[in-house]
Design a protein around this ligand. Sequence first.
Ligand code: GLU
Length: 377
Amino acid sequence: MSIAAISQFGDAAACPRLVLKVGSALLVDRGGIVRRAWLEGLAAEIAEARGRGQQVVVVSSGAIALGAARLGLAQGGRASLADAQAAAAVGQIALSAVWAELLGAHVLTAAQLLLTLDDLEDRRRYLNASSTLARLLEQGAVPVVNENDSVATAEIRFGDNDRLAARVAQAAGADAVILLSDVDGLFDRDPRDPAAELVREVSGVDETVRAMAGAGSGSGMGSGGMVSKLQAAEIAGRAGIALAIVNGTHDRPLSRALAQDRGTLFHAQRRDGGRKAWLGGRIAPAGVLTVDEGCAAALGGGSSLLAAGVIAVDGEFARGDLVTIHGAKGDRLAQGLIEYSAAECRAIAGRKAGDQAELLGYAPRAAVVHRDHMVLL
Ligand code: GLU
C-alpha cells in the first residue's frame, strides 16, 4: 500500500515504520534552552503513533545549539568546526537525557545512535547500523539518531540532519520520513512573497522544483534549509520512501499536519533493491566522470559506462570508489562504483576497447562503471 497523502503518514497499515526528523530551531529556543513544553507534546505524539501500531525512529538535531549556549560559544557554535565539535559533545548528552526522560514518561525506551557519514557510506557499516536499528525497533525501543558531530570532520560530515534522516530511513527500512520544519513546506517561490503558494505534492525532484528551493529556512540555527530537504526527498524517493515537509512550530505538530493534511508530500518514486538503494543514496562521491551525449543516452537505456564515451575525469579515486556521472552540460546522470583508478580512467577516457590493453598494461575490464554497480539519478 503506497502513501498517497500526508494523513496516511499516521496510518499503521500504509506506514508501519516512520522516521521523524526534528530540527534545532524547533527543539532549542534562541537562548539555547530546550523547548520543553513543545517537546513534551511531540513525545506524546510519538507515543500515540506507537499506540496506533507504528514504529518510530527520531532523528534529532539540537546538540550544537544546546551545547553552544552552555559553553558560551558565538554564532550558535557554528563559527568553526572545532566549536561545533565541542558544542555537540556538550549538547548531545543533554539532548539524549531530555529524549530519554520525555519518552520515558510514556513508558517508551529511548535508544541513542550517533552516526557519521562513513557509517552509512560504507556498505558493511551501513548493514551494521541497519541491523542495530531493526533490533531496537523489534524490541520496542525508539531510536533517537543524530550525527556524531564531535568526531565528524568537514570532509566526512552530513552537516545537515535532513539527508541523515533520509539515509537512516533507508537503513531502517522505513516507509516514510517526516521533516518537521519551521515553514509549512516547499513554496513555489520565496515564502516571503505574498503570492507564494505551498506546493502540496511533488512527484520527482527536478530542476523546476529545485528552482523553488532557493529561499530556504530563515531560522539560522540548523544547517538544513530547503536545499538539503530536497536532497533528502530525492534520496528517499529513489528508495521507495515517501517524505513530507510539515510545519513543526505548532504544539503537537504531527497531529495537526496529519489532521489537516498540510505540508509538501514527495511521493516515493521507485523501489530499488536494497544494495542499489544504498548506492543511490550515497552522498560523498570521490570523483566525477563527464560523458558525451551518445553515452548519456546509452546509460539512460540501461547500459554500462564504457571508456569511449568519457570526455573528462575529475577527482582522485581508486577502484571501487563512488563516482558521479555527469552529462556534457554538467547534469547529474548516475552514480556508481568505478572499476579503475582516476589515473587509469584518464588514460583510457575516449578510447575504444581495442586500444585500452596497451594503455593499461593489462586486459581491460568489461566497463568503467558496470550497470550492476550503477544507479541512474
Ligand atoms: N547534527 C546537528 C546538531 O545536532 C544539526 C544538523 C542540522 O542542523 O541539520 O546540532
